[in-house]
Design a protein around this ligand. Structure first.
Ligand code: SF4
Ligand code: SF4
Length: 437
């Protein structure tokens, strides 16, 4: 078996609890809290006011910028408040709070295009933009921006790696909705004017591989089964594994003629274009040793984590750590009021044992973090420079190339939270550069 990409680690997969759990619907929440920032780029501004009646799929926030994405009501009802509310990645965000009317009625102006074959690439991209589609693998980059690259693209990679421990939402989607995955990919290929694509899946998802293989009829789309290794789902590592090419330092996939989209994004694109459904819900994996019924749920955007825990039968032991995302790149949450947003792949409810809290000790210069780094960086140097507040030096060591995968922290015998140091270093460097402008 070939070497997938340099560096990387093999964390415990922890997917057994949910990998055979079929996607199920949840009750319509009585209330949703819809943040105005759910994507990379300019935050939206509310375009509704308190007391307005809204329908499911109606736009409630938008802003006139290219790199942004509108947000939609995920239930029908009445706008109760517009306020700062908890946000899983930003801490707080202006959010539109909607109380359900119990009717769950769609905005009747929404129309699907069953005749998608007759759409131009510009029309497909415009529908995707208007439907608020963002990358559903967690990065939440607006999908329409990737469909209007400034350079010629020759290959699309559909990312079905799902390398984070615990998470199985993409796995289930590929098993249960292979036709949606492929139809979405064909729309992406058409929008990019590309006739070559690869669906890349890790070898620990044999059922997804079989499901996609069975549905794949187009000779222009190749299925690639990759050896399981973290962080294979990261764009640059996936490209290296599939195309045997490296994205240059500080570069983007499009610099080597490639665009990567997630499998969940492909299904969302199919639903937006062919069924007229904006992005108002997504699949979320609920897992961890504290939850009674680990699950894969189809969840309306804006549903609180508390509602999801209730949906899964509640907690069976004391929750010590609540994480949105996977354990490697996810973010710990201080409250269960946090809502699900477009980039929420999973929610983990972990006991103290499972969260494995360790105190930081000293660096023993073992070099394991360097060997693990898939970007060939020097994580231990970042920790040292950040502790000494030598922000300007971080640039010399290409800190911006760090994809924050956490592989270095995972292997460090000194339990040094290297990725936290990287985040702090990047932030301080950003402010230092801004101050110098
Ligand atoms: S330095 Fe960044 S890219 Fe390298 S292993 Fe650590 S988190 Fe991952
Ligand atoms: S893995 Fe940890 S202990 Fe080893 S060199 Fe890196 S920072 Fe130091």
């Amino acid at each position: 078996m070939f070497k997938a990409f340099s560096g990387g680690v093999h964390p415990r997969e922890q997917k057994e609890g949910t990998k055979d759990r079929a996607i199920s619907d949840v009750r319509i929440p009585l209330r949703v809290v819809i943040p105005m920032i759910q994507h990379t780029g300019a935050p939206c501004r509310p375009v509704v006011k308190i007391g307005d009646t809204v329908k499911k799929g109606q736009i409630v926030g938008r802003v006139a910028q290219f790199i942004t994405s509108p947000v939609h009501a995920s239930i029908s009802g009445t706008v109760r408040e517009i306020k700062e509310a908890p946000h899983p990645t930003a801490g707080k965000s202006v959010s539109v709070v909607i109380d359900s009317d119990g009717k769950d009625e769609w905005d009747t102006s929404l129309r699907g295009r069953k005749d998608a074959a007759g759409l131009t690439k510009e029309e497909i991209t415009d529908i995707i933009k208007e439907s608020g589609i963002v990358g559903l693998g967690g990065a939440a980059f607006p999908a329409h921006v990737k469909l209007k690259p400034p350079k010629k693209i020759d290959t699309v990679i559909l990312n079905g790696a799902e390398c984070e421990p615990y998470l199985t939402c993409d796995d289930r989607l590929m098993i249960e909705r292979p036709a949606g995955v492929i139809k979405g990919l064909l729309l992406i290929m058409k929008a990019l004017d590309v006739n070559k694509a690869v669906i890349a899946i890790e070898s620990n998802k044999p059922n997804a591989v079989e499901s996609i293989r069975g549905a794949l009829k187009n000779p222009d789309i190749r299925l690639e089964v990759l050896p399981t290794k973290y962080p294979q789902g990261s764009e640059k590592q996936l490209i290296e594994a599939v195309l045997k090419k490296r994205v240059p330092p500080k570069g983007l996939p499009l610099d080597i003629g490639c665009v990567v989209h997630n499998t969940g994004t492909a299904v969302a694109i199919y639903e937006a274009v062919c069924e007229g459904r904006p992005l108002i819900e997504r699949i979320v994996t609920l897992a961890g040793d504290c939850i009674k019924e680990p699950s894969n749920l189809k969840v309306r955007i804006g549903t609180s984590i508390k509602d999801l825990l209730d949906e899964c039968g509640g907690a069976v032991k004391e929750i010590s750590k609540l994480i949105v995302g996977g354990p490697m790149m996810g973010i710990a949450q201080p409250t269960m009021d946090t809502p699900v947003i477009k980039g929420t792949t999973g929610v983990l409810f972990l006991s103290e044992d499972e969260a494995r809290f360790f105190d930081e000790t000293t660096c023993i210069k073992c070099g394991r973090c360097v060997d693990a780094c898939p970007m060939n960086l020097l994580p231990s140097v970042y920790a040292k420079l950040v502790k000494k507040e030598k922000w300007e030096k971080l640039d010399d060591y290409n800190i911006d190339d760090c994809i924050e995968c956490g592989a270095c922290s995972y292997l460090c015998p000194g339990r040094i939270p290297l990725v936290q140091y990287v985040k702090t270093g990047k932030r301080e460097l950003f402010y230092m550069r801004k101050g110098a402008q």
